[in-house]
Ligand binder design. Structure first.
Ligand code: PRP
Length: 214
């Protein structure tokens, strides 16, 4: 049995065509049921639905053999015991620093001020500001980061930006670009040894789907 960990939403929707390229069709719609294990047209392949940040954990500890998750999640989790063979070039977005339009971020950085940064991505934020030599107090949040500069909780946030609509709706502006993010294929290294042939087949099919993507 090959178990594939996916999260509902964009990753799930954009992974389906790649699975189809590997001859795998998910036979249930995750939006229409509360089931967490979905069958496929292949009796030895199943999909488990987990939170995006839990995908690397499932794959690392063998709850799944393969997973798809964002580069941001992988960096935060660390890749011990994991093999990341492919950038799937789906679910693209960017990681940025954003602040209120009336906050002079560049000036604060130049002055060497100690900045309060709210984020879910503490590892990425810590590394980014350490390399810049900016002193920061990191405030860990689990969502709705945009609220932090509006309420005085933080000077700025480190968050994912896709369309930019959420920032605009909350009068925030991007002040620094940290990195481009896309979804990665993540594979359990031990599973790759034990189930080499079927896992290789899936990796290769995903690789050709990426290569022929318009
Ligand atoms: C992410 C991110 C922003 C939003 C950006 O949140 O944290 O809030 O998407 O997208 P946009 O630029 O297209 O507006 P998500 O909806 O994934 O929920 P989260 O707060 O649980 O991370």
């Amino acid at each position: 049995m090959i178990t594939l960990a996916l999260s509902k939403g964009r990753i799930f929707d954009e992974t389906l065509p790649m699975l189809a390229a590997a001859g795998i069709e998910v036979t249930e719609d995750p939006e229409k049921s509360r089931k967490l294990i979905l069958g496929t047209n292949q009796p030895d392949v199943r999909v488990v639905l987990v939170r995006p940040s839990d995908v690397p954990t499932y794959v690392q500890w063998g709850g799944a053999d393969i997973g798809v998750t964002g580069l941001d999640t992988m960096i935060e989790h660390g890749n011990a015991g994991l093999y990341l063979p492919l950038d799937l070039k789906i679910a693209g977005c960017r990681m940025s620093v954003a602040a209120r339009a009336d906050f002079d971020y560049a000036h604060a950085v130049r002055q060497g001020s100690r900045l309060k940064i709210a984020t879910k991505f503490v590892g990425i934020a810590r590394d980014f500001f350490a390399i810049k030599g900016v002193h920061v107090d990191l405030i860990k949040l689990y969502g709705s980061m945009e609220l932090a500069p509006l309420t005085g909780l933080a000077d700025a946030i480190v968050d994912i930006v896709s369309t930019g609509n959420t920032l605009r709706a909350n009068n925030l502006v991007e002040v620094e670009h940290i990195m481009e993010i896309s979804a990665r294929l993540v594979v359990n290294q031990a599973a790759l040894k034990l189930k080499r042939e079927p896992i290789r087949r899936i990796i290769d099919a995903f690789a050709s789907a990426v290569a022929t993507k318009p």
